[in-house]
Design a protein around this ligand. Structure first.
Ligand SMILES: [Zn+2]
Length: 279
C-alpha cells in the first residue's frame, strides 16, 4: 500500500482550506452571538479573497472543505471559490459535532449535506472532512455507503495515506481492528492546523501564537517529509478567518514561497492523488 507520485514529483502538499464561516462557531463552539458570527463574516468577506489571492500567486491547487451552511449563507464568497477551480469537498452540513450525534441524525445530516452540496456545487463530493476531525463508530461505514472515495479527518499516520479500520474496544484483552476501509485516508494533524494556534476563544483556546512559531513548525514538517518520506503528502489546514489576519497571511505566503522553491513539490488537491495510490 503506497502512493507513487508521478515522475519528477517528490512530495505532495495539500492546502486544505476549511471555509467554515458561521458554522464552526455554531456547530463546534456552540456560540451564536453577533460577536462570534462576525468572525465568521470576516472569514467569508475578507479571509477568502486573501487566501485565494495567495494560492493563485503561487499556482497552488487545493481543497476547500466547505459546510453546506457556508454555501447557503455566503453565496458571493462561495462563488469566488467555485470560480477559482479548487476542489470543493464535504465538511458537514453546519459543522455539526459528529461524536455527539445519534446514528440516525448523523446519517440524516450526511444525506442532507450531500444533497445540498450537489445543489450548490453541481456535483457530488468525492472526499469528506469531518467537522473538528472526529468520527463516531458509524461514520466510516456511512462514508463507505455514501460512496466517498477518500476522507481527511484522522491521524493514524502523518505523511502517508492509509486505509482506516473500524476499532472494536476491549479494555482488558486489547482492541481489535476490523477490515480496511474502501475510503482512503489522507491524514491530518492539529500541528498543521492554523486554527488552534491562532484563534482566541475566551475560556477555551489561547491561540495568538507568533507567526514565526507556526512557520517553523510547518517548515519542519515539510523539510522532514521532503527528506525522509518521499511520495508522501503534507496536509496543511488553514481557515480564512485565521490565516487571513494580516500577520498570518504574510506567514502563509512565505511558507508557500519556501515550499514552491523545493524541487519536486506538487501542490495538489486530494482527488488528484487517487490514481497514484495502489493497495
Ligand atoms: Zn471546519
Amino acid at each position: 500500500m503506497a502512493l507513487q507520485l508521478p515522475h519528477g514529483r517528490r512530495l505532495a502538499v495539500n492546502i486544505g482550506v476549511d471555509f467554515d464561516a458561521h458554522s464552526a462557531w455554531m456547530g463546534t463552539v456552540g456560540a451564536t452571538s453577533p460577536g462570534f458570527l462576525s468572525r465568521g463574516e470576516f472569514d467569508a468577506v475578507v479571509g477568502v479573497p486573501r487566501v485565494l489571492r495567495a494560492l493563485s500567486e503561487y499556482g497552488v491547487v487545493g481543497n476547500f472543505f466547505t459546510p453546506t451552511h457556508t454555501m447557503a449563507t455566503f453565496p458571493d464568497s462561495f462563488e469566488l471559490v467555485l470560480e477559482s477551480g479548487h476542489e470543493v469537498s464535504a465538511h458537514g452540513c453546519w459543522h455539526e459535532p459528529i461524536p455527539k450525534l445519534a446514528p440516525d441524525e448523523e446519517q440524516r445530516l450526511l444525506d442532507l449535506q450531500i444533497a445540498q452540496h450537489e445543489k450548490y456545487v453541481g456535483k457530488r463530493p468525492r472526499g469528506y472532512r469531518s467537522p473538528a476531525w472526529d468520527f463516531t463508530d458509524h461514520t466510516l461505514g456511512f462514508l463507505e455507503a455514501a460512496g466517498f472515495e477518500w476522507d481527511s479527518s484522522l491521524m493514524g499516520r502523518d505523511f502517508e495515506p492509509y486505509r482506516p479500520r473500524p476499532i472494536v474496544l476491549d479494555f482488558e484483552a486489547g482492541n481489535q481492528f476490523g477490515p480496511a476501509s474502501s475510503v482512503l485516508e489522507f491524514p491530518v494533524s492539529w500541528h498543521l492546523d492554523d486554527f488552534p494556534a491562532t484563534e482566541f476563544i475566551p475560556g477555551m483556546n489561547a491561540g495568538m501564537e507568533s507567526p514565526e512559531t507556526i512557520y517553523q513548525r510547518w517548515k519542519d514538517h515539510l523539510d522532514f517529509a521532503y527528506e525522509r518520506v518521499p511520495n508522501g503528502v503534507v496536509s496543511i489546514t488553514v481557515h480564512p478567518q485565521a490565516i487571513g489576519r494580516a500577520q498570518y497571511i504574510l506567514m502563509f505566503e512565505r511558507f508557500l514561497r519556501y515550499a514552491s522553491g523545493l524541487d519536486g513539490i506538487w501542490f495538489t488537491n486530494l482527488s488528484a492523488l487517487l490514481p497514484h495510490w495502489t493497495d
